[in-house]
Design a protein around this ligand. Structure first.
Ligand SMILES: [Zn+2]
Length: 324
């Protein structure tokens, strides 16, 4: 059983029943907002009370999730969010911030550029193809394969949320950018917002709370869920996981999945390492990305969510790189 810190101050009971997030205290004044199955957050978020300011780290996929997160922050800290922090440009971390226009949005300079380029492309794609993707995913709800049914169970709400909200998304660019690391100081604690470079995407930032032994990892950590490698740099990701491990935190909030520990950082690191080795093995045998077939993992990650479709997609991505 995982040790939980003793928490005083506002209780979470009043706000823990949200549709999009469930709230979990990680330390006194620090909360995880974990995507609730069937809701429209998809990505996890975090709330930090600095004592005179309230940080919100990531905001989920939809303005609806952002509204719920802002209400939770106000209820838990006694003030609305004052500083918004974006880990990376992906829609399921960014778009909830549209609903929080009164606070500035912080991100790395690289991530701001990615919102402006790939973020716009992603939004255009959602508008053009969202309905078709929803129909394709719905068709898997009654598939014979339980792995595909589980994927549909989680991703039908994702596509429903995108189809419903994409037409009213006005892409928000971060107003404040940094390179390397920036630190927020408050009377209760300080918080380091640091980019770890290319990993899950071309640039991923994390929020480190050194006094609390807590790190908000964005999508540099997936817990009990297959990662998505094809938008980033797997070797860089392994280096970032080493950095996260060296922080020696007690609790690591992933971008997807439940709150984790250092063991989950190790598990993801081992999985990505195994995947790179597997791809090299297949490449040596002459297997190409085009004729990969539909493999499922045989390691501990077989029990994680979404082996379909991400394991195959990740292997194909690495094989393509090996093929040059
Ligand atoms: Zn992501």
């Amino acid at each position: 059983m995982r040790r939980r810190p003793v928490v005083s101050g506002p209780t979470v009971s009043a706000v823990s029943a949200g549709r999009h997030f469930s709230l979990e205290p990680l330390a006194d004044g620090v909360w995880a907002a974990v995507h609730r199955a069937g809701g429209w957050a998809i990505g996890n978020a975090g709330i930090v009370d600095l004592g005179d300011a309230t940080l919100v780290f990531d905001a989920g996929l939809t303005p609806e999730a952002g509204v719920e997160l802002a209400a939770a922050a106000r209820s838990l800290t006694g003030r609305p969010p004052t500083h918004l922090l974006l880990s990376h440009y992906h829609n399921d971390h960014l778009r909830g911030f549209q609903a929080l226009p009164d606070a500035p949005l912080f991100a790395s300079e690289t991530t701001r550029g990615l919102v402006d380029t790939r973020g716009r492309e992603e939004l255009a794609s959602d508008l053009e193809h969202g309905a078709a993707r929803l129909a394709e995913t719905k068709a898997l709800e009654h598939d014979d394969d339980p792995v595909r049914r589980a994927f549909a169970g989680a991703f039908v709400p994702y596509w429903e949320a995108l189809v419903a909200t994409a037409p009213r998304i006005a892409l928000r660019l971060p107003e404040v950018t940094f390179e390397g690391r920036m630190r927020f100081h408050g009377p209760r604690r300080s918080a380091d917002f640091a980019t770890l470079g290319a990993g899950h995407t071309p640039d991923d930032a994390v929020l480190i709370l050194p006094d609390d032994g807590v790190v908000f990892c964005g999508d540099l950590l997936f817990v009990a869920s297959h990662p998505y490698l094809a938008d980033g740099d797997p070797e860089g990701w392994l280096r970032a996981l080493e950095t996260l491990k060296r922080l020696g935190a007690g609790r690591y909030l992933p971008g997807h999945g439940p709150v984790g520990t250092a063991a989950d950082v190790d598990a993801l690191s081992a999985h990505i390492g195994d995947l790179l080795a597997k791809a090299e093995d297949l490449h040596r045998q002459g297997v190409t990305a085009a004729d990969l077939g539909d493999p499922l993992p045989e390691d501990a990650s077989a029990a994680w969510d979404f082996a379909f479709p991400f394991y195959r997609a990740n292997l194909r991505f690495v094989l393509r790189r090996l093929e040059g």
